[in-house]
Design a protein around this ligand. Structure first.
Ligand code: SF4
Length: 421
């Protein structure tokens, strides 16, 4: 059977699509199988999932279409109505081969309890040179706007030794950078015997030679003193953290159910930027959360202006059915949400440029990821995207490059001759 995967959403979903590709290798049968790994984080993501399935059904009338993932867990009927032959919820993702084989024989498979992550593995990442490595799933924070924790099951963590073994395989498969991801990495290890922390996991991963390690998104409560100290002393840990802020206003943070204040966020990011060489950070911000007035929005704006993120992801509040915030009073009009999002986008671009300018003349170490307009482009250790004139090195090489110019969303550099590779 010809297997095609389509992935919506986060790094965890991309990791799981790779796992699904590996599990479905050599699946017997004729024709095409389209696996759509769906997302439920916003109304837009859910709409994209339905639209994609309708399009696939139209364009591939005889194909087997299987919907998996967060939206498949949250609203399976919607995806069946859109044209999916089979809908597989998150708890059964790892058993997808068994489920499809049973379906092809006209049967079904009983759903079971949520599987441990110790059995989840990938051998390589066929989509990108910086490989995703999932080490955690589930979340118990319960933010009032969030669907994810409702569809991702109980807290589950991949034991450090298992994660290390997987990292060794990915390194051997040629991935020079691993991106550690989870639904809520700040809760890593809470379900494991001895409750190893994220710092313990990183110590284990740092035993793997020949790679650098990046953390994907990490909630503020995970940016601990221990973590900052480890990043300060270990150059193989990429000095970039993506830390969702959501709002710079404490009243709004409380209504969101976020377990930190704006002052705590400022203090942790401030310490990370001060103590870790070449450090930068990124943030997620939600605009238009119910009750967000102009003053609250200004506080968010001011905090971002002060901390200067390299990356800013802006999400207009999207009321998700089944979440408390969808029913909160003082919903913000769409036009106001759009205006606030536009204002933060402008701010984000200006701050990103300012951060990149701080590194002009310095040497960073980008990884050669893709060729754009005859130049190599890739992420440096602190996540600045660096464009380099074509140099005769293969994709995946990490090179020393001195920054010479800042453009809108990336910087230009020249390879540093005397730099060691
Ligand atoms: S921390 Fe909040 S937003 Fe993130 S997955 Fe958990 S409940 Fe959702």
């Amino acid at each position: 059977m010809r297997i095609i995967t389509h992935t919506l959403g986060c790094r965890v979903n991309h990791y799981e699509s790779q796992m699904i590709r590996e599990k479905l290798q050599g699946l017997p049968g004729q024709g095409e199988l389209h696996v759509v790994n769906t997302c439920a984080v916003t109304g837009l993501a859910a709409r994209k999932g339905r639209k994609l399935i309708r399009k696939l059904r139209r364009e591939h009338p005889r194909a087997l279409i299987v919907a998996v993932g967060c939206q498949a867990t949250d609203s399976p009927e919607e995806l069946r109505n859109a044209g999916a032959d089979l809908v597989v919820p998150n708890r059964d993702k790892a058993r997808i081969r068994e489920i499809i084989l049973a379906h092809l024989k006209g049967g079904t498979v009983q759903t079971r309890s949520w599987p441990s992550l110790a059995g989840e593995r990938i051998a390589r990442d066929t989509e990108q040179i910086r490989a995703n490595l999932k080490v955690q799933d589930g979340c118990s924070v319960g933010c009032t706007f969030c669907k994810t924790w409702q569809v991702r099951g109980p807290l589950r963590s991949k034991p450090p030794a298992v994660a290390r073994e997987e990292a060794e395989c990915l390194a051997a498969a040629g991935h020079p950078e691993l991106v550690i991801c989870g639904v809520n990495l700040a809760q890593y290890g809470r379900d494991l015997p001895g409750r190893p922390t994220l710092v313990d996991l990183l110590h284990e991963m740092l035993q793997v030679p020949g790679i650098r390690i990046r953390l994907s998104s990490l909630n503020p409560e995970g940016v601990t003193r221990e973590l900052i100290s480890l990043f300060a002393e270990e150059p193989r840990l990429c000095p970039y953290l993506h830390v969702p802020l959501q709002s710079g206003d404490d009243r709004i943070l409380q209504r969101m159910g976020r377990p930190y204040t704006a002052a705590e966020y400022r203090e942790r990011i401030g310490e990370f930027l001060e103590k870790v060489p070449k450090a930068t950070f990124g943030a997620d911000v939600m605009v238009g959360f119910p009750g967000e007035d102009e003053a609250a929005f200004r506080r968010t704006y001011k905090l971002l202006e002060e901390l200067q993120p390299l990356r800013l992801h802006i999400f207009p509040f999207s009321p998700r059915p089944g979440t408390p915030a969808a029913a909160f009073p003082h919903q913000v009009p769409p036009a106001v949400k759009r205006e606030r999002a536009r204002t933060l986008e402008e701010l984000g671009k200006a701050l990103s440029r300012r951060v990149q300018e701080r590194f002009l003349g310095q040497v960073l170490r980008p990884i050669l990821e893709e060729r754009v307009d005859g130049m190599w482009r890739g992420h440096a250790e602190n996540y600045i995207i660096v464009a380099l004139p074509y140099v005769g090195y293969p994709r995946g090489t990490i090179l020393p490059a001195r920054l010479t110019e800042v453009r809108e969303s990336f910087s230009v550099g020249v390879m540093e001759d005397n730099g060691d590779l």
